[in-house]
Design a protein. Structure first.
Length: 397
């Protein structure tokens, strides 16, 4: 027996994902109309969007946090009043951690947009999504060992099945795809994909730690990360003219068409800020595992699209159907891990939030925990609900 559970965190996750998809569409339009591949100018715009987005929301929070009802959007009261709370780390360690988070985010952009495709131009466009659950697996291990998150039986079973599917996906990739590229470059390109996915996990867990242990406003983290990444981008482009492509397009196109390009770049800038704001908000308020789930949720649909439209999977039906089955299994157990699907078998439901709340209410927690359960219904996976769940779990096991 299973139960499908809709959680409100899907709304925020959906906005994050839709924003990412719109920005991806903008990139495709720019590539199609102007033959402008992801270059330094797009990297700069992404960094600037991150700075402006984080700064705007940080100012918004400071403008309204003294009001009785707090802010209407992006509520962060539980981790907000930094002046009255003793932080766990000194300023130098905090800056160093933000720098490392920025580095992992920067490396993701560089590897994904430049290096991986230059090493293996024929690499599958869906490989990073098909093994995207690496972020959930590694984030769960880091949060359990370093951040002292507690995981239940359904988490462990989900991680085991997702790990097996990732291993089978990589084996299938080697068997079916290695003919087009020398085996050394083939394996190195897949290693880089795994590396940048692991970097995402480290970045998410660092941000989660900074907010939970040091009570730093996440939008301030985004802003400082954007500054670090802008500096890295400037150093990375030393000796190159980042505006060379824009100059050529200005000379080669009419004024009207160039104005269209400017508008597209402005939208790219705005959506870059929106993506980074929602990304860290979902990461901090919920968890790195919840945030990472949306990155591979649509994998089965992507597989179908790229197989039909882009001749992915070498036009091999066995490769495609095997990959599709593995992707569906990964998505299913991603839902189980995040409790969008609850399995009532082998005790897998025992440590889910719904069951913990049910047992706590049944055991005379009605007077003290009724308001807490309402809070869980509103923001079920935020940091306070996790602490409540852990307390209830300890008392009921």
């Amino acid at each position: 027996m299973l139960k499908i559970r809709f959680r409100k965190n899907l709304v925020y996750l959906s906005v994050y994902y839709i924003s990412w998809y719109i920005r991806k569409t903008i990139i495709i339009i720019i590539q199609t109309l102007f033959n402008l591949t992801p270059t330094y100018i797009l990297l700069y715009l992404m960094n600037l969007g991150q700075i402006v987005g984080g700064l705007s929301l940080y100012i918004y929070q400071h403008s309204f946090h003294k009001q009785t009802n707090g802010t209407k959007f992006f509520r962060l009261e539980l981790i907000y009043n930094e002046e009255e709370i003793k932080v766990a780390d000194g300023p130098y360690k905090i800056i160093l951690l933000i720098f490392f988070a920025s580095y992992f985010d920067f490396m993701e952009s560089i590897l994904l947009n430049i290096y991986i495709h230059s090493i293996d131009p024929s690499i599958s466009p869906t490989i990073n999504v098909r093994i995207g659950c690496i972020t959930t697996i590694l984030s769960s291990l880091i949060c359990t060992s370093a951040l002292r998150f507690k995981i239940g039986k359904h988490h462990k079973v989900s991680l085991i099945f997702m790990s097996l599917c990732v291993l089978l996906t990589l084996i299938l990739e080697i068997i079916c795809e290695h003919n087009k590229t020398p085996i050394g470059l083939f394996l190195f390109a897949r290693f880089l994909v795994c590396f940048y996915l692991m970097g995402i996990s480290f970045m998410d867990c660092i941000e989660k730690y900074l907010a939970d242990a040091n009570f730093i406003n996440p939008f301030k983290i985004v802003m400082i990360e954007g500054i670090f990444e802008l500096i890295m981008s400037s150093l990375f482009s030393i000796g190159k003219d980042p505006f060379n492509d824009i100059k050529k397009l200005y000379e080669e196109n009419s004024s009207g068409k160039f104005i269209v390009l400017i508008f597209l770049l402005i939208f790219y800038f705005l959506f870059s800020g929106l993506i980074n704001v929602y990304k860290i908000y979902c990461n901090i308020i919920y968890s790195p595992m919840t945030k990472s789930f949306i990155d591979y949720l649509m994998c089965p649909i992507f597989n179908i699209y790229y197989f039909i439209d882009a001749n992915d999977f070498q036009n091999d039906y066995f490769f495609f159907f095997a990959s599709e089955i593995l992707s569906l299994i990964i998505v299913f157990f991603g839902c189980v891990y995040n409790e969008y699907i609850i399995l009532f078998c082998f005790g897998l439901e025992h440590n889910t939030i719904d069951e913990i709340i049910g047992r706590s209410l049944f055991n005379d927690y009605k007077t003290t925990d009724y308001s807490l359960s309402e809070n869980l219904n509103e923001e079920e996976d935020n940091s306070s609900s996790r602490k409540i769940s852990e307390i209830l779990l300890e008392e009921n096991t």
